[in-house]
Design a protein around this ligand. Sequence first.
Ligand SMILES: Nc1ncnc2c1ncn2[C@@H]1O[C@H](COP(=O)(O)OP(=O)(O)OP(=O)(O)O)[C@@H](O)[C@H]1O
Ligand SMILES: [Mg+2]
Length: 391
Amino acid sequence: MLILGLFAINVRIIFVNVLDRQLKDRLKTLAQAAALDLELDGGEIEVDKEPLVSPNQAIQWFDTQGNLIDQQGEYVVNLPFNPKHEIQTQLTPYPARSLTSPVVEYDKKIFIGYTRVSESTVELNNTLQSLDMRLGVGVVVALALSAVGGIWLTRQAMKPIEQSFQRLQRFTSDASHELRSPLMAIKTNAAVALKYPDGIRDLDAEKFLAIKSASTQLTALTENLLMLARSDRGLLPQPEVIDLSTLLEELVRLYQPRFEEKEIDFKAQLQEELLIFGDQIQLTRLFTNLIDNALRYTLTGGTVEVRNESKGDRLSASVQDTGMGIAPEHIEHIFDRFWQVDRGRSYQLGGFGLGLALAQGIAQNHGGEITVTSELGRGSCFIVSLPAYQS
Ligand SMILES: Nc1ncnc2c1ncn2[C@@H]1O[C@H](COP(=O)(O)OP(=O)(O)OP(=O)(O)O)[C@@H](O)[C@H]1O
Ligand SMILES: [Mg+2]
């Protein structure tokens, strides 16, 4: 827009300058011819008119005091006579430009009067108007064409990126899927070996325990990656009408023993019958991840509360804890993949930094979102907002 605008303005300026110069040249030529018509005849000034060549021009002759002696042509200007202004512009009753110049008698070299020649600028204005029109239309058309071209080019450029992103997603989901069976085999074999500890040495038993724990972690990671790849593709494998309250009640019941074990007060305040349309497994995973975080990042003696409510055409469910909280500068990152506030610590706690990324992906697939409020050292509250089911 800027380049086209500058181009159009420049073209107009150059055009106006050229037209202006041509007009001045024509007026000067006319003034020279008009000066020859003014004669000094025995002390009296006389005008010896000759026919005008151009119908849109006019001539006025003045004496040395500036009194009008004679005039010729249709387009004379009505402006007051002013010898100090060589060029004058008239707007009404018709647009015209005039040139005033003194006349000196050729032989005796005496000053005998003035001529004021003028030309109507109607035609010039029309030319400028049509130039403006053409430039305007040209700029608009060029802009429209470059916008269309820009969109087309961007789409072309995005194609390979989209393709490689899809390939990456497929790779992640295929790889995690393929990793599940061998991992399961390792885990089961380690478990079986540990079941009969008599036959193995104490040191070996420890190694088997380590294998079992590592394979459990890896299984969780591959499950997470698989789910993440699926949620990236926006898949809801089995959408159905789900009661959010029942789903949360079930989870609270399931997690109660683990909270008791850590001596955290785990409460639920659930309303009946809050229906949503979605995938049971994904939604369960979403809230499991939030509750799991609350359990993991809250110290003994704390409180965790799960709540849900209906707000018009949306439902919200929240998990609030009195845990360690998240610093303001970290909040914008917690939904990133593999991001953890304290990598070492979280890893010891068995995390990979995928839980919230997955939860956010699932919420978005269901037309919802997760928001968080948190204060360092005081606790956090994760609120999931989802569209309510409308029959
Ligand atoms: N309730 C919470 N209180 C304090 N910090 C939290 C809470 N929930 C998440 N965080 C912070 O956000 C980070 C990212 O959370 P996320 O659930 O994505 O990963 P994770 O819990 O570390 O691992 P994963 O969930 O994959 O097992 C965590 O490492 C933790 O530092
Ligand atoms: Mg987590």
